[in-house]
Write a protein that binds this ligand. Structure first.
Ligand code: C2E
Ligand code: CA
Ligand code: CA
Ligand code: CA
Length: 277
């Protein structure tokens, strides 16, 4: 038995080894993904709760890996964070979102784009400068750019968050608190952040039709947000039933597979021209 145990331990260790090797090679490849043209932004519409129009989209990062195929952010963003180059990737996201907005503008499509910021980007002292320079380079009006920061990241280092939010608000960039309800916000603190938007986490939306508690929470969050002059977006809307409840509770914008999945820029343009009401 001892022997077998020893063997299975060795096997386990060997597997871990493979995994570590895979991670190391993946992060090495990721360092060059942007310059090799393998990164892409997919866009998911935020649909107006009242009229159903599209005023904005969220940019979600993808990696076309030459061997592994299309990878989602969960498969590689943690690596970039751990190995300390999320800021470089974030810079690519900022540039690409601005470039894309410019291209859409030239075709007469004026929509807002939201990008996601990680904890490390929030600690980057040059973040405001980076955004400012990218918007100038492409001639983008700052009010058309939105930055989404998750509630838990925003509350990690409250003073840093406040500094960054104020810097971004000063240059005219809108801020959104993402995945709201999953962290532990001090409500009085929320009041002090110059945010414009609050995104209700998908977890609450999922349970809306079956749980009275989820419904009560969403109801309270919408009221709180509106009292603080914040717009409310619900994410992960997948059913007609969820949509109906969210609209009755006063959600301003809805986002989810019910309307559209995240898609490449050319598909989004086609989707807007074909399906927009
Ligand atoms: P998130 O910001 O909460 O984005 C929403 C996620 O939910 C996206 O996953 C989106 O594809 C997915 N989603 C949208 N509608 C539905 C729906 O109706 N049902 C379900 N089940 N899922 C839905 P994705 O694209 O895999 O992104 C995952 C996370 O990765 C994002 O969560 C965001 O935190 C992060 N992320 C994405 N792009 C970037 C980026 O450029 N930079 C950074 N730092 N993080 C990013
Ligand atoms: Ca987001
Ligand atoms: Ca979210
Ligand atoms: Ca989420």
């Amino acid at each position: 038995a001892k022997r077998a145990g020893g063997n299975s331990y060795a096997l386990f260790e060997a597997r871990m080894d493979v995994d570590v090797h895979a991670q190391v090679s993946l992060q090495a490849e990721l360092r060059h993904a942007a310059e090799r043209g393998e990164l892409a932004l997919f866009y998911q519409p935020k649909v107006d709760g009242r009229g159903g129009q599209i005023h904005s989209v969220e940019a979600l990062l993808r990696w076309y890996h030459p061997q592994r195929g299309l990878l989602g952010p969960a498969q590689f963003i943690p690596l970039a964070e751990r190995f300390g180059f999320i800021t470089q990737i974030g810079q690519w996201v900022i540039d690409e979102a601005c470039r894309q907005m410019r291209e859409w503008s030239e075709r007469g499509v004026h929509i807002r784009v939201a990008i996601n910021l990680s904890a490390q980007q929030l600690r980057d002292v040059d973040l405001v400068g980076r955004l400012d320079r990218a918007m100038r380079r492409y001639g983008i009006d700052p009010s058309r750019l939105l930055c989404e920061i998750t509630e838990s990241v925003a509350m990690e280092d409250i003073e840093a968050t406040q500094r960054v939010f104020e810097g971004l608000a000063r240059i005219g960039v809108f801020l959104s608190i993402d995945d709201f309800g999953t962290g532990y916000s001090s409500l009085s603190y929320l009041r002090q952040l110059p945010a414009k938007q609050l995104k209700i986490d998908r977890g609450f939306v999922q349970d809306l039709e079956t749980s009275k508690d989820a419904r009560a929470i969403v109801d309270a969050v919408v009221q709180l947000a509106h009292a603080l002059s914040l717009k409310v977006v619900a994410e992960g809307v997948e059913t007609e039933g969820q949509r109906a409840v969210l609209i009755s509770l006063g959600c301003d914008e809805l986002q989810g597979y019910l309307f559209a999945r995240p898609m490449p820029a050319p598909d989004l343009l086609r989707w807007m021209l074909d399906d927009a009401p």
